[in-house]
Design a protein around this ligand. Structure first.
Ligand code: OSB
Ligand code: MG
Length: 366
């Protein structure tokens, strides 16, 4: 089993309500079976603990000290069996998700089927949208939106934050009256009457959804806002487990779910969330964490499941990276990405490049 930490520069720096970044460092997980088949997964943890508590160093620490030994000590055939080996480790969902995805890729390859098929996917292509960061000016933002629409994407998500909300959203809506538009605050709004008032003003822009306005643990603030607005609230950071999803549904704290493989600790929990949401009539879509090709390919496979009724943040790799680590690279045409039919994630990993470019490597065999 090998781990590689690797950094890729972003083609265009990306700013959320918490900070701006110009490059992404993720950890790649390679599992090898006795027969020599390899499965790949990606730990897409951010470098800093702003989106969630994890960062690259905690992920590396948990992976090398806990997850690798548990996996090596476990006899397993199905992903659910190896996931059980780390079920008493609290939190660290991103670290676990990389191992879960590698186990799913490996078992799909052993079964001779695509990862999409292994997960229960039914689509041969997925709808994808783009996520746009906070720009330096509204003019820059309008240029970005125009560029992505020209590239064929039909759905655009804008990052918002206190001070960068009603005005830029109005400008984009004005310039592009008919596009599928949604906003994401990454929990940046305090639960105050002023913030509620600003968020209510977003209700008039026919947004497809308002994603995670308040803090992750604050289901009640989301429920209170949902009572006052027509725009469906979508939860991201709040939903780490299926139990969180049940809380969201019961409280009407959100009417749409963003499923992220990383945030939910792997593909099995993501698949469970998809099922529970479908039974409750909650549409889902697949969120992203600026994944490199390996993580992105797992997202494509997941988004091929039937209840993914809204476009996912699974754009082509070329929205973020000049050179991805897989062949063929992931490409969107007219805002759609084809679901591969080849075994596993359906892409070859450039192992030579990964080995050379890694800034940290761990090999359980050495
Ligand atoms: O909230 O969806 C988010 C990136 C980093 C942290 C949080 C989020 C995001 C994105 C990126 O929006 C979407 C993508 O990977 O294309
Ligand atoms: Mg989000």
């Amino acid at each position: 089993m090998r781990l590689f930490a690797l950094r890729l520069p972003l083609l265009h720096s990306f700013e959320t309500s918490s900070h701006r970044k110009s490059g992404i460092e993720h950890v790649l997980v390679e599992l090898t079976s006795d027969s020599g088949t390899t499965g790949w997964g990606e730990i897409a943890s951010p470098s800093d603990p702003y989106y969630c508590a994890e960062n690259t160093d905690t992920a590396w620490y948990i992976a090398t000290n806990y997850l690798v030994p548990r996996v090596l000590d476990t006899e397993w055939d199905r992903p659910e069996e190896v996931e059980r080996a780390w079920s008493n480790i609290r939190g660290h969902e991103f670290a676990k998700a990389g191992f879960s995805a590698a186990a799913w890729d490996l078992t799909a390859k052993h079964d001779g089927i695509s990862l999409a098929r292994a997960l229960g996917g039914t689509r041969d292509e997925i709808e994808s949208g783009v996520s746009l960061g906070i720009e330096r000016s509204e003019q820059d933002l309008l240029a970005q939106v125009g560029q992505q629409l020209d590239a064929g994407y039909g759905r655009v998500k804008l990052k918002i934050a206190p001070g960068w909300d009603v005005s830029p959203v109005a400008a984009v809506r004005d310039a592009f009256p008919d596009i599928d538009l949604h906003v994401d605050a990454n929990g940046a709004y305090p639960r105050t009457s002023e913030a509620l008032e600003v968020l209510q003003r977003l209700d008039r822009f026919s947004l497809t959804m308002l994603e995670q306005p308040f803090a992750a643990r604050d289901f009640m603030a989301h429920a209170e806002l949902q009572q006052r607005i027509e725009t469906p609230i979508c939860l991201d950071e709040s939903v780490v487990t299926v139990a969180d999803l049940e809380t969201m549904i019961r409280l009407d704290a959100g009417r749409i779910l963003n499923i992220k493989v990383s945030r939910m600790g792997g593909l099995t929990e993501a698949q469970n969330a998809h099922r529970v949401a479908e039974q409750a009539g909650i549409p889902v879509w697949c969120g992203g964490m600026h994944e490199f090709g390996i993580g992105r390919a797992a997202n494509v496979a997941l988004a091929s499941l039937p209840n993914f009724h809204l476009p996912s943040d699974v754009s082509g790799s070329d929205k973020y990276y000049a050179n991805d680590l897989i062949e063929p690279p992931i490409r969107a045409r007219e805002g759609r990405v084809a679901v591969p039919t080849a075994v596993g994630i359906g892409h070859e990993v450039d192992v030579a490049r990964v080995s050379v470019d890694a800034n940290r490597t761990f090999d359980s065999a050495s």
